[in-house]
Design a protein around this ligand. Structure first.
Ligand SMILES: Cc1cc2nc3c(=O)[nH]c(=O)nc-3n(C[C@H](O)[C@H](O)[C@H](O)COP(=O)(O)OP(=O)(O)OC[C@H]3O[C@@H](n4cnc5c(N)ncnc54)[C@H](O)[C@@H]3O)c2cc1C
Length: 475
């Protein structure tokens, strides 16, 4: 089996720039990505989209082609439509369990890499509310993915709900594509803007201000925006038929065929967590993120993180962090000395500082309210295993006082998504019941496989003495 210098997991802006930088320094790089074409979330399908009117997706979207071109010319090996479902440190290199591949070119088995660069990006924050699992309720990212990949837009009565840049971005893209949005229900609580204003100076000098205002104004011109929505319910018999929402205790119900929800995104930490990398709670973003240094180096030697997986910071920061991590890897593998690394890093460090300006304002403004973060009642929290908010809360009261114990007691996070959907909510409910801060919780223990795989794939995974000992001990 050949061993590459660096395996890059994820072909979003961070992974693309990292692989291009690594190969330019003489390293061999293999890039694995679940998507069928490069670009990650923001630049999804940028080279293949059937959308013919560039203005529908916005200028930021087309910037992705500027990253794909040098990546394609870089000589990095690129394996699209492949999922990395396991990774472990072997005697001389990391082993990666990989499955997928394009139709007709199925890829499976084990790959080896001297270092790992995890650039798995973000996932949408699912905030459970009554009716959120009804057919006809979709996340903004899913709706946007259909637009970018297949030029599909929704028909019927469309209501958007939630808060954050992705909500406005998708509202703007849908409106530009001719979708008549019935209403946008914004869930920022009263008084939050005033709280966020303490971070306003950075925001005023950031790239977000002009772009954000432009999007919001354009959407407001075309649709009704209801502010300070404190409670939401999707209702219907077998599929969504209406949305109920409360502002200052007063309920309104509007008919809807599609409810598009967005409460921002959280780091997709499952791969670094399962690799044993330390995690920490980011209170500003209400989410776990890997503990990492300024180069993306984690607590596990040879494992680096770059892009939104390292903490939500947007696409421009992802590019800069991808370059910094690749430079650190080239230095760690002896390709460049520390002086050359530092010299090459200076422009990326400046770009990162610019990209981070204004983030704290966005984090403070768009942090979901406790009512959404910490649901109650029969609302399903873990939709794979059908665990409700009340069942999770009761388990904590019965003694499941860690995320691990909560998982064992209720199966919350044990389904096919392996907790990607419910981890942040489980942490909030646990902390709420304990009267503790999420930062005080022991991070979750995540185990491979990260995705459902076949028994044949598991059987092909290299056997290790330490893993066998765990089985013998019954762990
Ligand atoms: C659904 C969604 C839509 C978004 N849309 C926008 C937008 O329109 N505008 C904007 O400014 N920001 C958007 N964002 C935020 C945006 O993702 C980031 O700021 C930016 O794309 C982060 O870049 P990245 O390289 O860190 O990760 P990403 O661009 O997220 O790329 C990560 C890649 O890793 C892949 N991956 C994850 N796990 C594995 C695995 N185990 N094996 C193989 N591959 C894996 C993913 O499929 C993905 O292609 C969106 C986020 C999400 C979650």
């Amino acid at each position: 089996m050949k061993t590459c210098d660096v395996a890059v997991i994820g072909a979003g802006p961070a992974g693309l720039v990292a692989a291009t930088t690594a190969t330019s320094l003489g390293l061999s790089a293999t890039v694995f990505d679940e998507s069928a074409s490069p670009g990650g979330q923001i630049y999804r399908a940028v080279t293949t989209t059937p959308v013919r009117r560039p203005e529908l997706l916005g200028v930021d979207y087309w910037h992705g082609a500027n990253l794909v071109r040098p990546f394609r010319a870089s000589g990095a090996e690129y394996l699209p439509a492949t999922t990395v479902w396991a990774a472990a440190r072997g005697a001389e290199a990391f082993d990666l369990g990989v499955s997928g591949g394009r139709p007709g070119t199925r890829i499976g088995g084990t790959f080896a890499a001297r270092t790992l660069l995890v650039a798995t990006g973000a996932i949408e924050r699912p905030l459970p509310f009554p009716g959120w699992t009804l057919p006809g309720v979709m996340t903004a990212g899913a709706v946007q993915g259909l637009l970018k990949s297949s030029a599909l837009v929704p028909a019927g009565r469309v209501v958007l709900a939630g808060s954050g840049p992705l909500l406005w971005q998708v509202a703007w893209q849908l409106a530009s594509a001719g979708v008549a949005i019935d209403r946008v229900l914004e869930t920022i609580p009263r008084g939050r803007l005033a709280e966020a204003m303490r971070h306003a100076p950075g925001f005023m000098f950031s790239t977000y201000l002009a772009r954000g205002l432009e999007l919001i104004r354009a959407v407001r011109r075309r649709t009704d925006v209801v502010e300070h929505v404190a409670e939401l319910q999707a209702r219907g018999d077998g599929r969504v038929e209406s949305v109920r929402f409360a502002v200052d205790g007063e309920w309104t119900e509007v008919p809807a065929d599609l409810v598009v929800i967005s409460h921002g995104v959280v780091p997709n930490v499952h791969l670094p967590a399962a690799l044993g990398c330390g995690l920490e709670w980011n209170p500003d973003q209400s989410a776990f993120q890997p503990v990492a240094d300024a180069w993306g180096g984690t607590t596990e030697e040879g494992v680096y993180v770059a892009g939104d997986v390292a903490g939500i910071a947007g696409a421009q920061a992802a590019e800069a962090r991808g370059r910094l991590a690749a430079l650190a890897i080239a230095n760690a593998l002896g390709r460049i000395d520390a002086a050359r690394r530092d010299a090459l890093a200076a422009p990326a460090q400046r770009a990162l500082a610019t990209a981070l300006r204004g983030r704290r304002f966005l984090d403070a403004l768009y942090r979901p309210s406790p009512e959404f973060l910490r649901p109650r009642g029969a609302v399903p929290v873990c939709r794979c295993e059908e665990v409700t908010a009340d069942a999770a809360r009761e388990a904590v009261r019965d003694g499941a006082v860690t995320l691990h114990a909560l998982k064992s007691a209720t199966r919350c996070g044990m389904g096919p998504c392996q907790g990607r959907s419910c981890l942040a909510t489980a942490a909030e409910l646990l902390a709420d019941e304990l009267g503790a801060d999420c930062a005080a919780l022991a991070p979750p223990s995540i185990r491979f496989p990260l995705r459902p795989v076949t028994l044949a794939e598991v059987a092909a995974w290299p056997s290790r003495a330490d893993a066998e000992a765990c089985v013998v001990r019954g762990e």
